[in-house]
Write a protein that binds this ligand. Structure first.
Ligand code: B16
Ligand code: MG
Length: 218
């Protein structure tokens, strides 16, 4: 029986993946590095500092920045990102997500937030969803996706056996993390890309999610 559903945030609950992209793109441009949407796919689900590292390597600039300068660059990106977040309203929750959370609550199946983002609490508050989650994983100090730790930590917090958990993700790194945790992986996005990462099932949109489809699939 289903013991918990673990949700990624950026790209699953709302479209903050787009804000991350815009903020990274601006920061990269400031230091003469160009990034496009295709490159950005590899940043999804990856922690802030690791994302910065990948951008510097992509632009062949990794040797040009000290750890302190990297911290400043990451701060700049985050401030820009937070300024974009002020636009976020409850109506920006992706279709089907509110309904699925309601169904889980009714069935007393814990909903867990398994995001790599340190901004996750702020985002859930803007969307008015914080009450809907039984537990929010704090990504500080635990290995990031594609390591399984964020998902394992979430399952453990609500006393769920990973084998009876479903994880929902839009990023390759996130799907890999769910599979490494031994859970059933639901991908949101491009079938081809997410199947390669190990998704058990892929939906084009969150609108296709509901509790009965998840129960049938898993
Ligand atoms: P922050 P998720 C991830 O969130 C994002 O996909 C990724 O792009 C971002 O760099 C990471 O959070 C860290 O976010 O800078 O806000 O701490 O997809 O795991 O919900
Ligand atoms: Mg995501």
């Amino acid at each position: 029986k289903l013991q918990a559903v673990l949700f990624d945030l950026d790209g699953v609950i709302t479209d903050t993946a787009e804000y991350h992209y815009l903020a990274w793109k601006q920061m990269a441009e400031n230091i003469g590095i160009g990034i496009d949407r295709e490159f950005n796919e590899a940043l999804k689900g990856i922690s802030r500092m690791e994302s910065l590292e990948r951008i510097l390597i992509h632009g062949n600039r990794a040797q040009d920045f000290t750890p302190n300068q990297r911290t400043v660059l990451a701060q700049e990106k985050n401030e820009h990102y937070i300024s974009l977040l002020t636009q976020l309203l409850p109506e920006h929750t992706y279709p089907g997500i509110g309904e699925l959370l309601e169904q889980l609550k009714q069935e007393k199946v814990p909903a867990v937030l398994a995001s790599a983002s340190k901004n996750a609490p702020r985002i859930l508050t803007s969307l008015g969803l914080e009450e809907m989650f039984q537990y929010m994983v704090s990504p500080d100090g635990i290995p990031g996706k594609p390591a399984p730790d964020i998902f394992l930590n979430g399952a453990e917090a609500v006393g769920a056996d990973p084998r009876y958990c479903i994880g929902i993700e839009d990023a390759q790194a996130g799907i890999e993390a769910i599979k490494a945790a031994g859970m059933y992986a639901v991908g949101i996005g491009e079938e081809r890309v997410l199947r390669i990462a190990g998704a058990n099932i892929v939906y084009e949109s969150t609108a296709e999610l509901n509790l009965s489809s998840l129960l049938k699939a898993a």
